[in-house]
Design a binder for this molecule. Sequence first.
Ligand code: FES
Length: 174
Amino acid sequence: MAWIAKNSAGTQIERREQPYLTDELKAKFEAEVLPRYPTRLAATLPVLHELQHRYHYIPYQAIEEAAAFLGVAPAQVLDTASFYEEFWLEPKGKYLIMVCQSLSCELLGHGSLLEKIKSKLGIAPGQTTPDGRFTLMTAECLGSCGTAPCALVNETLYENISVDNFDRVLDSLQ
Ligand code: FES
């Protein structure tokens, strides 16, 4: 894999006037989270979880605010947030489709299912439709190999998927 050099120094951070880390959130962290950790840095993950839970992704402005609150450099918080693929640094669609690509699902047709979703929605894994409705991802085993192929749409697990029946699921979400 080739390294891709990004001009991070020129990145523009979208900002809003109202902070993401509100006074209410800070008070909650001070009372409920920080006492459980030996240092403020050690509380980075629960702070990021709460921010994502509240805003459905973690804007860069929120990363900076979390860093100031934790007393660390923004780069340290960004390193953590970008390391775990469960954290979203960009807004995701209303419906997050995660197609399982592990062995059982792969053997039972994950490839044609993924191709159909890609062509129907016009996006590749990791992308979101321009209307913000769907984000497509691939995932490792969803824990339901006996009913492969499987996909998750938000918190709903679809099992024994065929290209046609999942097409109808997508139509119902349009
Ligand atoms: S391999 Fe897809 S659910 Fe386990």
